[in-house]
Ligand binder design. Structure first.
Ligand SMILES: Nc1ncnc2c1ncn2[C@@H]1O[C@H](COP(=O)(O)OP(=O)(O)OP(=O)(O)O)[C@@H](O)[C@H]1O
Length: 219
């Protein structure tokens, strides 16, 4: 399975965010996108998901053209947005069945030891880390062949960052994943391909040193 993005260009008014960006994601890959605050990482993910209109974007799904507006409808990509997306007034245990009707899938989340502890809490009262972990589990359980995660490690305590890393690796037999996160060490542990968005372009990155050369990390 392959998702190939090309010619992605976005302006906000006259301000150019990125131009003619390309990216390929295959099953078994974790493609990391690094980049400084405001460089356009979230914007690119939103354009792929069809949630934000770009000036241009071409998407091929297994070599067939697909419009961004069909990505949600055809359930091709699941997406964890940077901002929380769950209703605040429902308990954790009442949210799980909204997302999954299959009992087996519900149980995988219910019986996660950490979720079991917070299952009676309304999401509005969860800590930011608790909420993020729950959201990552929900998105990761979906059947979509591709997944995009915008800052999945944000606010997570180290043990739960490790659990998320294990979970993502375990999905690679049948998923391709894009991650953007400033916790570059955690991302580097699991990523198969690394990119840096810089001055409106996507560059290939091999090592943490490359991130220094581009000024994303201090030398
Ligand atoms: N709706 C909007 N209108 C105008 N400008 C916007 C809008 N949304 C984002 N921007 C601008 O586009 C640029 C890219 O934003 P984006 O959120 O994609 O950055 P990012 O790389 O994800 O940053 P971060 O690492 O801080 O999450 C920023 O300069 C931002 O201010």
């Amino acid at each position: 399975m392959e998702l190939a993005i090309s010619n992605a260009t976005k302006f906000f008014g006259k301000k150019s965010i990125f131009k003619d960006v390309s990216l390929t994601l295959k099953t078994g890959e974790i493609v990391a996108i690094f980049g400084r605050n405001g460089c356009g990482k979230s914007t690119l993910l939103k354009m792929i998901f069809g949630k934000m209109k770009g000036n241009s974007i071409n998407i091929l799904y297994n070599n067939e053209v697909i419009k961004p507006s069909e990505i949600i409808k055809e359930q091709i990509v699941s997406y964890l947005p940077q901002e929380s997306f769950l209703p605040k007034n429902l308990k954790v245990r009442d949210i799980i069945p909204i997302y999954f009707s299959e009992e087996k899938k519900q149980d995988r989340i219910f019986y996660d030891p950490f979720i079991a502890k917070i299952s009676n809490t309304v999401t509005g009262k969860l800590s930011l880390g608790e909420l993020r972990y729950f959201e990552v589990l929900l998105i990761a359980q979906m059947d979509h062949q591709f997944m995009m995660l915008d800052e999945p490690f944000s606010m997570l305590e180290p043990i739960y960052k490790d659990k998320v890393k294990e979970l993502l690796i375990s999905l690679l037999d049948f998923k391709g994943i894009i991650i953007t996160d400033h916790y570059y060490n955690d991302v580097f542990e699991i990523s198969t391909n690394n990119k840096l968005m810089h001055d409106g372009k996507l560059y290939n990155i091999d090592t943490v040193n490359d991130l220094k050369d581009f000024g994303y990390l201090r030398k």
